[in-house]
Each structure stands twice: as structure tokens, then as C-alpha cells.
Write a protein that binds this ligand. Structure first.
Ligand code: GAR
Length: 197
């Protein structure tokens, strides 16, 4: 029996595409749902084109009531009966109640070498700090933002002429290598961190 994966996103979904494309053949998982908090998210159309079911729960309809939004999100997720949730550019902060429901069964990809630069503007912050190395992290999601157990990291160099955009593009390529590789291991029951150079 395959591990059933739901992917949550808010934007274009390039990580989602890499995840979906990876889940074929002897991969232990299969994508069952791609879901967004934004009905206009480009990733939803890309998922449909890949033949994956999609759904949207527009967070703006809940007027700041995070718990009510998450209840609907959770109910829709349950219809797909996922074993594993992958956040892939999902830009809503989740409450402790929601993360507890999926404890040990929810991964996130973050564009920094955690524990450095939790939250937003990771690339600008790395440049401002004069870092010579940047990267991305896949971690389990817990109640604290960008703080759960690390399941994989990929490192890239920072070039002397980098701006936030050029660094983001290099890190995104590393994300596309890292996330599918970590999900394959994780879905197969291996939680040892994967460290890519
Ligand atoms: C990725 O860089 C991902 O790491 C980041 O959003 C981007 C989504 O790109 N996620 C976060 O910043 C979460 N805090 P994508 O839609 O092309 O996959």
C-alpha cells in the first residue's frame, strides 16, 4: 500500500511539481491531493495538469479566525485520507492544534539552513549577514515556526555578486533536489537526515 501524500501550497508550486513527478515507479508514496489557501494559486492548475486532485480553502473568507480556517482545511484533507502532508510554499502559519493533529506526519521545506533565518526574507538576511553559504531545509512541522526535527538539508554557495533573487533561484534548484529525496526516504520509514552538499 502506497503512502498517501497531500501537498499544501500558496504559490506557483515548483516544489509540488517536483514532488508529484518523483512519486512514480517504486516510490513508496503517491500524491492524492494538492490544496491551497488561495484559489488562484498557480500550483493548483499545475497539479490538475499533472492529474492530481486539487482543492482550495480561501483563508480570507475566515476573517482572521485561524481555527475556523484550519477546521475546514483539516476536514477537506481528511476526505483524501493522507498519511503524509508536505507543505511546499504554504504561506500560512499553522496553529499548534493543527500541527498536533499531524504530528510526525507533516513536512515543510524552508529556504534557509535552519536554525538560521526562520520566517521570511531568508535570502536577504543571509546576504546581509555576509554568509558564504546558504541552502534549504526539510523538517517535520511542530507548533513552533520552522523549528521541527530536521530531515534534510542542501547547501549552496553564496556568490560575491548575488542579490536576493539570484540566491533564491540557486536555493530553489537545491530545494528541487532535496525535497523529493527526503520525501522518498521519509515515506519509506527512514527519518535519518539527508545532507546534500
Ligand atoms: C520555496 O522557496 C519554499 O522554500 C518557500 O516558498 C517557495 C515556494 O516555491 N517556502 C517558504 O518560504 C515557507 N516558509 P514554489 O511554490 O515554487 O515551490
Amino acid at each position: 500500500m502506497s503512502v498517501r501524500v497531500a501537498i499544501l501550497l500558496s504559490g506557483g508550486g515548483s516544489n509540488m511539481v517536483r514532488l508529484v513527478e518523483s512519486m512514480t515507479g517504486d516510490h513508496p508514496a503517491r500524491p492524492v491531493l494538492v490544496m491551497s489557501n488561495d484559489p488562484a494559486a498557480g500550483g493548483l492548475a499545475r497539479a490538475t495538469a499533472l492529474g492530481v486532485d486539487t482543492a482550495a480553502v480561501d483563508h480570507r473568507l475566515f476573517a482572521g479566525d485561524r481555527a475556523a480556517f484550519e477546521d475546514v482545511l483539516h476536514a477537506r484533507l481528511m476526505q483524501a485520507e493522507p498519511d503524509l502532508i508536505c507543505l511546499a510554499g504554504f504561506m500560512r502559519i499553522l496553529t499548534g492544534d493543527f500541527t498536533a493533529r499531524w504530528a510526525g506526519r507533516m513536512l515543510n521545506i524552508h529556504p534557509s539552513l535552519l536554525p538560521k533565518y526562520r520566517g521570511l526574507h531568508t535570502h536577504a538576511r543571509a546576504l546581509e549577514a555576509g554568509d558564504t553559504e546558504a541552502g534549504c531545509t526539510v523538517h517535520e512541522v511542530t507548533a513552533d515556526l520552522d523549528d521541527g526535527p530536521i530531515r534534510g538539508q542542501a547547501r549552496v554557495p553564496v556568490m560575491p555578486d548575488d542579490c536576493a533573487e539570484s540566491l533564491a533561484a540557486r536555493v530553489l534548484k537545491a530545494e528541487h533536489r532535496l525535497y523529493p529525496a527526503v520525501v522518498r526516504r521519509f515515506a519509506g520509514g527512514d527519518r535519518t537526515p539527508l545532507m546534500l552538499g
